[in-house]
Design a protein around this ligand. Structure first.
Ligand code: PLP
Length: 397
């Protein structure tokens, strides 16, 4: 099977696995243990890894809080700000096209009395479909807004949001900005200071690292961003997130981030070219097929690329995405039919772009990755049009 679902998760790079192995059965100490070498070696590994991960995003080590993944990081950022006893107020601003790991914590807060404004995005068919105009953020901020949360890169249509511009708007109004950078870190350059974010979530398993380990960047000065902890216990990580540190996970996370930084430019160019080739084949040979999200070469008004190089999302109009997946068992892709097995609704992201439920179901999301080869792309480029033609043929009989 050809794996083209790298937005869902990525293969753990064998070099990452090799870096992790000693920390399972040799240096297996608790990084919180004092007075023996096992604890010291674990602590040193954690410190080194924290430093490496922080450096990769332009942060300092004390600004990185390890979590179980981006879902937890998003919860810690959003609830951590909203539930602070001393806060600016009870209003939060976010976007309709965020991941469920942002929208659900916001919905829970809304059910408990907070006010949440969800902004709309540029519509399907426009060159910047899915893009959020920073002006909308400026208009949504109120005197009691405590947090704005906007993702850096979309997990369905790969749209890259103008975070630096949004951060400038937030800073001018004294409002904190959280950014879910889960799909961006390791794929495009990410620097917390040039983005101007106060809080930023990311996770290892989307960048060829292990599952179950993520991080939240929380700005440590000018001024310090204070969070209400969400998990209480042994007081690890300065009390910001209790729990024994996942040492092998943290070591793997750092190794994975390091490889991504080293290979970022060459991989973005290589995957971008393969993605463009696949897009040409699919859009060029299937009648009625349309690109979802920003144009492949779209630039934001400030001149930045508006789409992740590894993302492709296509609407077929009359061919159901799930049926299409079943017709191509050789391809591991994802459809806009349901974003998770617990959610029977068609993709809320595609719906927010203005697609009808039927149109949103008739889509495929393709995520290329480090291990995707040119041969695999050629195979996919042949299989998808064949499968669409077959299903259309069946529909007519
Ligand atoms: N945010 C975005 C944009 C994602 O794509 C994902 C992945 O599913 C998450 C958050 C959740 O990440 P994790 O699986 O590490 O909890």
């Amino acid at each position: 099977t050809i794996y083209l679902d790298n937005h869902a998760t990525t293969r753990c790079d064998p070099r990452v696995v090799a870096a992790m192995l000693p920390f399972f059965s040799e240096d297996y100490g608790n990084a919180g243990s004092v007075g023996h070498g096992f604890g010291e070696r674990a602590r040193e590994a954690v410190d080194r890894s924290r430093q490496q991960i922080a450096a990769a995003i332009g942060a300092s080590a004390d600004e990185v809080v390890f979590t179980s993944g981006a879902t937890e990081s998003n919860n810690l950022a959003i609830r951590g700000v909203a539930e602070r006893p001393r806060r600016r107020g009870d209003h939060l601003v976010s976007v309709q096209t965020e991941h469920r790991a942002v929208l659900d914590p916001l919905a829970r807060l809304a059910a408990r009395g907070w006010r949440v404004t969800l902004l709309g995005v540029e519509q399907h068919g426009l060159p910047l479909a899915g893009w959020l105009d920073p002006q909308k953020v400026a208009e949504a901020i109120q005197d009691d807004t405590c947090l704005v949360s906007v993702m850096l890169a979309g997990n369905e249509i790969g749209v890259v949001q103008p975070i630096a511009e949004i951060a400038a708007v937030c800073r001018a109004r004294g409002v904190l900005l959280h950014c879910d950078a889960t799909q961006a870190v390791g794929k495009i350059p990410v620097d917390v200071r040039s983005l101007g974010v106060d809080l930023m979530s990311f996770t290892a398993h989307k960048l060829y690292g292990p599952k179950g380990i993520g991080a939240l960047y929380a700005r440590g000065r000018d001024p310090v961003v204070r969070l209400e902890p969400q998990i209480f216990g042994g007081g690890q990580q300065g009390g910001r997130r209790s729990g024994t540190l996942n040492v092998p996970g943290i070591v793997g996370f750092a190794a994975a981030v390091g490889l991504c930084v080293e290979e970022l430019e060459s991989e973005a160019a290589r995957q971008g070219a393969l993605r463009d080739r696949l897009a040409d084949a699919v859009l060029g040979s299937i009648a009625g097929a349309e690109l979802c999200g920003p144009a492949l070469d779209a630039k934001t008004p400030s001149g930045a690329p508006a789409r992740l190089p590894n993302n492709l999302n296509v609407a077929f109009g009359d061919v159901d995405g799930e049926s299409l997946m079943l017709a191509m068992p050789q391809l591991a892709v994802s459809s806009g039919a349901a974003c998770s097995s617990t959610d029977p609704e068609p993709s809320h992201v595609l719906r927010a772009l203005g697609l009808s439920p039927e149109q949103a179901r008739a889509t495929l999301r393709i995520g290329l990755g480090r291990f995707t080869t040119a041969e695999e792309v050629e195979t996919a480029a042949a299989l998808i049009p064949q499968a669409v033609a077959k299903l259309r043929g069946m529909g007519r009989t």
